[in-house]
Design a protein around this ligand. Sequence first.
Ligand code: AMP
Length: 226
Amino acid sequence: MRIILLGAPGAGKGSVGRPLSSQLEIPVISTGDIFRSNISGRTKLGLTAKGYMDRGELVPDGLTVSIVEDRIAQSDCAKGFILDGFPRNTFQASELDRILEKANLKIDLVLNVHLSDERIIQRLSSRMVCSSCGESYNRMSKDTSMPGICDLCGGRVSVREDDAPETVRKRLETYYLQTMPLIDFYRERGILSTIDNDCTIEEGSKRALEAVRNALPDHMSGHGRL
Ligand code: AMP
């Protein structure tokens, strides 16, 4: 199954994607995580991406599309994948169509994860993220057991630089201008499902799973893990 997670920064795409990935046994491809690991590894791609990310802007399409094209071609994506944070504008969406058409594949579901701006700003101001595995924590609602250490992998957990209030405002503006039009783009194709994510992580994950069940292609409706 191939799924796109759509939604504003901080709406909870990552928290919804991780449990879906283990239930469906398909990888999450997060362009943001790919950029962040390149920044940590001080690669050329990381250096280029950092400037855009620090300003709350999108990394240029050419770079982003080719990363996704290479990643989708890897063997662990053969059964499907969950795209988190891609596509982020209509150009990337049409490039994704081109890539998938070439491989005779299609997207089964676009899951639009919705949260109000007010709640997004609240959540991002207390969010912390593991720099190794990407697990998300929140000082208010889901702290680490040991300060600064990821419960899952022991990696370093810290505040994301682009979660600073000024950058969050810019990222939301970028989302409304460039990404939100994709909601109609995919609604018109009849593959959009929206979940309200103003709830606990467990409840959000249940709602996402329900949307996936409703969208399962016929040949997968007996998928044991669902
Ligand atoms: P995220 O982790 O998805 O919130 O992404 C963090 C940042 O990475 C974004 O604010 C962008 O600067 C960059 N980024 C992630 N995905 C994309 C994309 N599909 N296109 C362009 N830039 C992206």
